[in-house]
Design a protein around this ligand. Structure first.
Ligand code: PRP
Ligand code: URA
Length: 211
């Protein structure tokens, strides 16, 4: 079974507290999500392989280390996942970005797929799937299925979410047990409408100022 990595760095937890607050407006919400995503990406990429390189300094030669291995793709789930892309790109500007459009049918809570555009060499990349909310897990499970259908191996995918419900974690572990999860918080439960309690409300609406 994959581990569930809870990233409880004080800066992330502090910013998440402000993000959850119902009085935080879209501008501050976007800025905070951007900052938290950068900080989370720092942990999510901790196991990237390094290779030795020789670097000429002004006074000698250093044996230093640089990132080796597979290149990275960031794949946000539309819409709310978009809010996590900029922060990661600040850290890893060479990453390519794929997009997967999935929304939850408000009645059935089932994922409805409407868009998928991934880098053509997706099967050769390390992939970070991003979406702030992992509620029932239906959207993330469907997105991982899309990525696998285009040739990527589950072992090369990591799922990064801000807040997860226990139900969503269980579903991803059941359907994609090889995909490790990185979250900033695991909340109590889902309500009857599939919202994470206490959560932060509708992430897409809070990001983009819709209702
Ligand atoms: C939200 C969120 C996730 C999904 C999580 O998106 O951003 O994608 O719900 O719920 P699940 O784990 O039960 O599938 P939503 O469907 O509201 O679409 P939006 O981002 O376009 O608002
Ligand atoms: N999607 C959201 O944006 N928020 C939730 O609490 C659940 C699903």
């Amino acid at each position: 079974m994959p581990q569930v990595n809870i990233i409880d760095h004080p800066l992330i937890q502090h910013k998440l507290a402000i993000l959850r607050d119902q009085s935080t407006g879209p501008k501050e919400f976007r800025e905070l999500l951007d900052e938290i995503s950068l900080l989370m990406a720092y942990e999510v990429t901790r196991d990237m392989p390094l290779e030795p390189v020789q670097v000429r300094t002004p006074v000698g030669t250093a044996t230093a280390r640089m990132i080796a291995g597979k290149k990275l793709a960031i794949v946000p789930i539309l819409r709310a996942g978009l809010g996590m892309v900029g922060g990661i790109l600040n850290l890893i500007p060479a990453a390519k970005v794929g997009h997967i459009g999935v929304y939850r049918d408000p009645e059935t809570l089932q994922p409805v797929e409407y868009y998928c555009k991934l880098p053509t060499d997706i099967e050769e990349r390390e992939i970070i799937l991003v979406d702030p909310m992992l509620a029932t897990g239906g959207s993330a499970a469907a997105a991982i299925r899309f990525i696998k259908e285009r040739g990527a191996r589950g072992e090369n995918i990591k799922a990064m979410h801000l807040i997860a419900a226990p139900e969503g974690i269980a579903r991803l572990q059941r359907e994609h047990p090889e995909v490790p999860l990185f979250v900033a918080a695991v909340d109590e439960r889902l309500n009857e409408h599939g919202y994470i309690i206490p959560g932060l409300g509708d992430a897409g609406d809070r990001l983009f100022g819709t209702r």
